[in-house]
Design a protein around this ligand. Sequence first.
Ligand code: PGA
Length: 254
Amino acid sequence: MKIYAAKDYKDMSRKAANLISAQVIMKPDAVLGLATGSTPVGAYEQLREWYEKGDLDFSRIRSVNLDEYKGLSGEHDQSYRYFMNHNLFDHVNIKKENTNVPSGLAEDAEAECARYDGVIRELGGIDLQLLGIGGNGHIGFNEPCDVFEKGTHVVTLTEETRRSNARFFSSIDEVPTHALTMGIGGIMGAKKVLLLASGEAKAKALYDSCFGPVTPGVPASILQLHNDAVIIADEAALAEIREKTGWEGDVYDN
Ligand code: PGA
C-alpha cells in the first residue's frame, strides 16, 4: 500500500485525476472502475477540464461502476447512473454503450449481479479501480460483515450508511434499503486500486484499513493484500494515521 498525503480536497482530487489521466493516456482502451459519492466529484471535475483542453480522449475507454441503489432507475437523480452521467459521462467523449452500472431496476437482482460479473470478465478485468471509503470502512457498498463477499451481490445498507447518504435525499425514508455492489473479489481483481479519502469523518476508518487487521469487519482493510493499492488522502483524513504512526512525510510505503 502506498499512501500519498494531499493538503486538502482540491489537492487530493488533482492528484487522483493525474493518476486516472495517466491510465487513460497509457492505455486508451483501459477499463476504468469508477465510484460515486462526494469524494470523487473533484477528480471528475478535473478530468472534464483536461478533456475540454484536449488533453484526454475517452473514445475507447470502457467503464464499470461499483454499485447502484436497488429500486432506483437510471433517471432518478440519486441513482449512481445519473450521478455518473451528470459528473463525467455527459461531458467527455466516452461512448455510453461502453459504460456499465448495475441496473437498480432489474426484477431479478441476483441475475443482474451474475450478469454484471460476466460484463467485468468479458471486459478482461479492471485496469484501475477508483474507490471512496465509508466512515465504517466500506468500499463500494461492501458493508462491514463476517465474510468478504467475492462477486457482485445484493446488500442491505447499514443504518450508518443510510444516514450518511440521507443528505442527498429529502428524507432518510427515501434512501433505498438495498443496493447492488461489486464484491471484494471484483475490486481485488483490478490491476490497480486507487482509494481516495477526504475529511475527518474518514480518519478512523482509514487508519483501521491501512494499519489494522485485515478483516471483513473493515472491508477496505483487504486492500492491504493488493499488489498495487494507492491511497490518496487529505490531511484531515490522515489525522489518525499521523497521530498513531508518527509519520510526517508525503508518501508512506506500507
Ligand atoms: P462519500 O462516500 O464519498 O460520499 O464520502 C464514500 C463511500 O461511502 O464510499
